[in-house]
Design a protein around this ligand. Sequence first.
Ligand code: PGA
Length: 240
Amino acid sequence: MKIIRVKDYNEMSKTTAKLFFDKIKERPSIHLGLATGGTPVGMYEKLTEMLRSSTVSTGSLKVFNLDEYADLPQNDSNSYYSFMKKHVYNPWGLKEDQCFIPDGTAENLQEECRRYEALLDENGVDIQLLGAGANGHIGFNEPGTPFDSETHVEKLKSTTREANARFFPSLEEVPTHAVTMGISSILKAKEIVLIASGEAKAEAINSLVNSSMTEEWPITALQQHPDVTVIVDETAAASI
Ligand code: PGA
């Protein structure tokens, strides 16, 4: 595991954007696994600027999302589809057949999970971006999720719903479930980049670096992957 320590959120965003920019430049038909949440917003802004001021084409890459809320319409401003449209799909000029995200409103969610996992297997993810929950979740794989889990429906912990309530009008409106790539789905990516900023993430980063692997800290599953880069700012790295 390679650990890159940077000063602050801005540096984390820039360093990560440059890493992804170089990958896209090297291989324009790359398959990116992407994350949502507060952490990657700055990275997407910087990467969009880098792409716009270059001749690198986004016309043949594909983007696969980690997760989506269950039972939230795609056009709801808080769906992860809306997030991706705002921060990635539109700014990069992606076409529909380049963008893949679980459908959290599918009538049969179990079938949707199987469809998404098969899609991931068929395409393969070259590089997966991850944020981390304060409780060590990756994607929406909450503590206790088996390491061999594939794409599935996850019941969100109350701490996760509380953390995400800042995006919603009230806590009650935060969905209770999500469709998420499982831990084994995430580990299938050829390369993984995890980013974290702020003291709320320090304990999770500490468990990743210093604990033994345990399903109580889903983030520790990354220890078994051969190509992981962790880009952390000073406060998130405070305990390592
Ligand atoms: P955040 O969420 O980037 O909004 O802190 C990260 C996560 O829960 O994975």
